[in-house]
Write a protein that binds this ligand. Structure first.
Ligand code: FAD
Length: 416
């Protein structure tokens, strides 16, 4: 079914009786050309582009829970491409361009809103670092704009410009950054993939791999064995656990990250704002709630819930840049599991096991990567060659000394 304004109008007249389910609930077949493990944003977008752009037909996505139950439905919905290193910036700018045409492409309203992202800076040296990043972004074809303190005082009078410890000196804008309704992204890609013939099989946990003489020939699941010519792992926070079943140890740690939403307020925040002297970021949803977050909980965990010390830390970050947030009541919070890589950058690569591919290590930033990650992973699966914007995202980059250390933090997954 094609969605359109006319269809909405027609269904309004017919009592909304003509809508059909957005995707099927198929039973698994005995064999597929490509099996994708994980129906998060990246798994579903991979299936979508594999079938739509690369013409691969016999594809399944296996999901242990329900579609979109992982981080695709838990993130704070920010999209941007304000990176500095070529290994990242070209990829994230490619992703932002895909976002810009996505709703028309998969015929689904994902509420993509390019309402801008602003990174605040608080010292002269930090401004110099941001200028460098802005120049790298412009060279890669992205947009970047420097704002001084005077401009920000005019545009965002609620920020604390009098904070003695973290004075706001200006900020780096990316006007094309913004927010997207995260679960609609999973639904849009799922529907698009289903329409291209992909079997999305929910409640089908993968419990092992069928590997013979260094070749992956399929998977074991709670619904039985399924053969696959290629098996593509795409399980974000569960990467370590799933790849361990294939005998692989990854340069990835799993950490909890929390998100928070306040009660609904009148429109206040024009875009996304991030604190440059601590870890805090905030935007306002279309329902009016302030959506914000900050640091990781700081220890390895697979639990999808956070702890109180980080709630306090995030609240402190918020109070440091916009004290009015202290008057808003917190409505809800939750946690998701981050697949934190050693240099803070992701992987889209083959493994040493023939037929087994890996996509992961997205850290805090995998939501904005969803379109490009799926597109580039599909490219790799279809052609066995990396897409030109994802050539650096290799599993052996630590062995070769070619890190993509965007933040310059070294091998400290909890700090990226
Ligand atoms: C609180 C929070 C805020 C965030 N904010 C942002 C943000 O603002 N911007 C941004 O760019 N990124 C953000 N992120 C990061 C982003 O959400 C993730 O990097 C991204 O969603 C990960 O990719 P995914 O969508 O494919 O993961 P997921 O949705 O987690 O998909 C992985 C899927 O694999 C399934 N799975 C696991 N094991 C198995 C198995 N054995 N068999 C079958 N299926 C399995 C899981 O159930 C899950 O559905 C945030 C994350 C969190 C938690």
């Amino acid at each position: 079914m094609q969605y359109s304004g006319f269809k909405v109008f027609l269904e309004g007249l017919r009592g909304n009786k003509g809508w059909t389910p957005a995707w099927r609930e198929p039973d698994p077949k005995s064999e597929y050309d490509v099996i994708i493990i994980g129906a998060g944003g990246h798994g579903l977008s991979t299936a979508y582009y594999l079938t739509k752009v690369f013409g691969v037909k016999n594809v399944a996505v296996l999901e242990k829970g329900w579609l979109g139950s992982g981080n695709i439905g838990r993130n704070t919905t920010i999209i941007r491409s304000n990176y500095m290193l070529p290994g990242n910036e070209l990829f994230y700018e490619f992703s932002l361009k895909l976002w810009e045409g996505l709703e028309q492409d998969f015929n689904y309203n994902a509420m993509i809103s390019q309402r801008s992202i602003l990174n605040l800076f608080h010292s002269d040296s930090q401004r110099d670092v941001f200028v460098r990043r802005a120049n790298a972004m412009i060279l890669a074809g992205a947009d970047a704009e420097l704002a001084d303190e005077e401009q920000l005082r005019r545009e965002l009078p609620f920020l604390d410009f009098y904070n003695a410890r973290f004075p706001i000196k200006g900020g780096l804008y990316q006007r094309r950054g913004g927010t997207v309704r995260h679960d609609a992204v999973a639904w849009g890609y799922a529907r698009g993939a289903d329409r291209n013939g992909v079997d999305i099989i929910q409640n089908c946990e993968v419990t092992g791999f069928h590997i013979e003489n260094g070749i992956c020939k399929g998977v074991q699941t709670i619904k039985g064995a399924i053969g696959g010519k290629k098996v593509a792992v795409c399980v974000a926070g569960s990467s370590g656990r799933v790849m361990a079943m294939a005998g692989m140890r990854l340069p990835i740690e799993s950490h909890v990250l929390q998100a928070f939403v306040s009660e609904g307020l009148k429109p206040t925040l024009p875009g996304v704002i991030t604190f440059g002297a601590g870890h805090f970021y905030v935007s306002q949803s279309d329902k009016g709630g302030l959506v914000f977050g900050g640091d990781l909980d700081g220890y390895n965990s697979y639990a999808q819930r956070g702890n109180l010390p980080v709630v306090e830390d995030v609240a402190e970050g918020g109070m440091a840049i916009m004290p009015m947030i202290g008057r808003a009541r917190l409505l809800r919070s939750w946690g998701g599991i981050m697949d934190m890589s050693m240099d803070g950058s992701p992987f889209i690569d083959k493994t040493d096991i023939k037929g087994l591919y890996f996509n992961g290590g997205w850290c805090y930033g995998g939501f904005k990567a969803t379109p490009a990650s799926g597109y580039c992973y599909a490219h790799l699966l279809a052609k066995d060659e990396p897409h030109p914007v994802a050539t650096e995202m290799r599993l052996d980059r630590f062995k070769r000394g070619h890190l993509i250390d965007e933040k310059g933090q070294g091998n400290q997954p909890n700090l990226h």
